[in-house]
Write a protein that binds this ligand. Structure first.
Ligand SMILES: [Zn+2]
Length: 446
């Protein structure tokens, strides 16, 4: 038996001195420091905190088919370095897209022996796969993802309202959540038309091209459909703070809706993104400083449930760094290895605690993915945890990124909190900048 001792073990509802007792990949018990059994081998992490292994339910691994963008090895190593022990892959960007059981099986084959942490895959809901939805559920996907707007890549179609209406009875029958990219095309097309002659090197042009109204209209439609069809709705990467009141009232009426946002919306602001800095392009866009503070308020009043990375890398040339053109650059930010310090840097400034961070980044994403064994330090859970020094600071350098293409809008920033080690089912997968052992990750099937 192993005992992991720290002055700051973050368990549900409490942070304090404790020892985590681990046997055969699982947490047997969490006990007081004076209750460690004599036969246990003690690992004392002193004043560093131990948080549950983080869960990221929104990651684009791009594998199989576009592994030159990312891939299972690099994504899961970056995730291990960031304190994650489970990532759930989005169904687009890979080839084939995960919209059929055959595509899911191709993904399972591609992932074999290449993952440093555990993984799972969402299924896609697209314009023409109605008859695959229940099959994907039977093949153990934890839920589905769809887009109300062109996803920026060919091979994964958006759904119109009528196509979504046709799919929703199937989704509702599975009882699984439907994750939705909540922007509709109308307001974006109208805004973009007006910007035909604008300077697309300016961040403000890009921001104007994707107005809050596109998110608001999508969210209003989705809440109405949720009421009508009774499916479990999850809004991915909420960027506008203007939708929070409506989301809160919808939840107050008992609608099964959950909401996520991302580190970039909580850390960066439109006012500080330099013109030409396409590394900060993502969709929906990073909005104003005031908007960012609204999102933090949404976390405080629990309208926003969880924080995920939306790790969405691409080859460097697709970011058009030389031209700095926000119109043609790929939209997506990679941050698996930095998300915990990014969130902690701002969360601690806003008066939040490590327990809040563990709820946003471990417990709630595990719940969304329906995984009953991850996301908490408690008896019977997988022995997944991250050793985190919340007071240490570091400067972001390329060597800290670990994903395939070492680009980041955070390069050179000083962040608060250092991931010292990550344990997957009782075994270290990341320690002091290195990756001991081999790729031990498994698929988690619902
Ligand atoms: Zn995404």
């Amino acid at each position: 038996m192993q005992a992991y001792l720290s002055q700051r073990v973050v368990t549900p509802g409490r942070t304090g001195p404790a020892a985590i007792l681990v046997e055969v990949e699982q947490i047997r018990a969490v006990v007081g420091p004076d209750q460690i059994p004599a036969e246990a081998e003690v690992n004392d992490f002193g004043n560093a905190a131990i948080l549950p292994g983080l869960v990221d339910s929104h990651v684009h691994i791009n594998d199989p088919g576009r592994s030159e963008w990312e891939g299972f090895e690099t994504a899961t190593r970056a995730a291990a370095a960031g304190g994650y022990t489970l990532v759930v892959d989005m169904p687009l960007n890979c080839l084939p897209a995960t919209t059929t059981v055959a595509a899911l099986e191709a993904k399972r084959t591609a992932a074999q022996g290449r993952c440093w942490i555990d993984w799972a895959a969402w299924g896609g809901v697209v314009a023409d796969n109605l008859e695959d939805i229940e099959g994907l559920a039977a093949a153990a996907v934890p839920g589905f993802k769809c887009f109300l707007i062109h996803p920026g890549i060919e091979g994964f179609t958006m759904v119109s309202e009528s196509q979504l209406r046709a799919a929703l009875p199937h989704v509702a029958r599975t009882g699984l959540p439907l994750l939705v990219h909540a922007e509709v095309p109308g307001p974006i097309e109208a805004a973009t038309q007006k910007l035909a002659a604008a300077d697309w090197r300016r961040y403000s042009t890009y921001l104007q091209s994707r107005p809050d109204e596109a998110e608001l209209a999508a969210i209003r439609l989705l809440l109405a459909l949720c009421r009508e069809y009774g499916f479990r709705l999850h809004i991915v990467h909420l960027a506008t703070g203007l939708a929070l009141d409506e989301l809160q009232s919808a939840r107050a009426t008992g609608l099964p809706v959950s909401v996520e946002t991302c580190p970039h919306y909580l850390h960066l602001t439109a006012e500080t993104i330099p013109d030409g800095a396409t590394l900060a392009k993502c969709a929906p866009p990073i909005r104003s400083h005031d908007n960012r503070e609204k999102l933090w308020k949404g976390l405080r009043n629990r309208t926003i449930d969880l924080i995920v990375t939306d790790h969405s890398p691409c080859p460097p040339e697709m970011k058009r760094l030389e031209e700095g053109d926000f119109k043609t650059a790929w939209g997506g930010i990679a941050s698996l290895s930095l998300a915990l310090p990014l969130v902690w840097t701002d969360a601690s400034r806003h008066g939040f605690t490590l327990e809040d961070v563990a709820r946003w980044m471990a417990k709630e994403p595990a719940k969304l993915a329906g995984c009953p064994r991850k996301g908490r330090i408690a008896s019977g859970y997988d022995a997944d945890f991250v050793v985190f020094d919340p007071e240490a600071e570091f400067t972001v350098t390329k060597e800290r990124l670990h994903y395939r293409h070492w680009m980041s809008p955070y390069m050179g920033e000083k962040l608060r909190g250092v991931v010292k080690a990550t344990y997957l089912r009782g075994t270290p997968v990341f320690v002091a900048g290195g990756f001991p052992g081999g790729p031990r990750g498994r698929e988690w099937r619902r």
